[in-house]
Each structure stands twice: as structure tokens, then as C-alpha cells.
Design a protein around this ligand. Structure first.
Ligand code: SF4
Length: 112
């Protein structure tokens, strides 16, 4: 299998070609090792940081996961965050610890 992808690990956005043959993944077009690691992860277990919002008494506040989580779990995590109805929140506050066992916390990224 051969796949073209753009590395999203830095603004350079290298165009990479990823080839998978007999379980071995080869990456070309990357400028650094981060691109190769990203491409391999995309082929095996793609992950993303979730950025969304949470409902509080002062309105909707932005929040995000502290690290990337498997893409396959994003919608379930969004549902967990959507269940919350918080009072006052502050920047950096952990509102869900280890969401769904991913190892990532959800933190507030805005003040009330
Ligand atoms: S391969 Fe390296 S230089 Fe290229 S976009 Fe990814 S992180 Fe940036």
C-alpha cells in the first residue's frame, strides 16, 4: 500500500510518501525524524489533540486534551465533555482526568 500525506508536526508541511509492505513502513519526503514517526503513527494508530468547548454558568469555554488521543475515540470523548455543566472555571483547570483511559486530561483554555 502506498499513501501520500502531509506532515502536520511543524509549519514546513513536508509532502511524504508512505509505503507499507509486509508490515514494514517506509517513509520518504520527510525532512526530519518527527515526520517519519508521524507517518508511521498515522498508518497504525492515528491520534489528534481534541479542541472543543465546555458549558459553564458563564457560557461556553474552550478546552482541549493535554495530549493527542486515538482518532477512533474522539467522538466518545466529545460526548463525555458535552455532559459537563460547570460553574466557574479558570485557565488550565483539569475538568476531566484521564478521559476514557486515554492518559490525556481535558483542561480549560480560557478564563471565566
Ligand atoms: S518532516 Fe519534520 S520538517 Fe517536515 S513538516 Fe514534519 S516535522 Fe516539519
Amino acid at each position: 500500500m502506498k499513501k501520500e500525506m502531509i506532515c502536520i508536526m511543524c509549519p514546513m508541511g513536508c509532502n511524504m510518501t508512505v509505503t507499507e509492505e509486509n508490515g514494514e513502513i517506509q517513509v520518504t519526503g520527510n525532512t526530519c525524524i518527527r515526520g517519519a514517526n508521524f507517518a508511521k503513527e498515522e498508518m497504525t494508530c492515528p491520534k489528534r489533540v481534541v479542541t472543543t468547548s465546555v458549558k459553564t454558568s458563564a457560557g461556553v469555554k474552550s478546552c482541549k486534551t493535554t495530549q493527542a488521543i486515538p482518532k477512533s475515540m474522539i467522538f466518545d470523548c466529545m460526548k463525555e465533555i458535552e455532559k459537563l455543566r460547570l460553574k466557574k472555571v479558570k485557565f488550565g483547570q483539569v475538568i476531566i482526568k484521564n478521559i476514557l483511559g486515554t492518559g490525556a486530561d481535558v483542561v480549560v483554555t480560557a478564563d471565566d
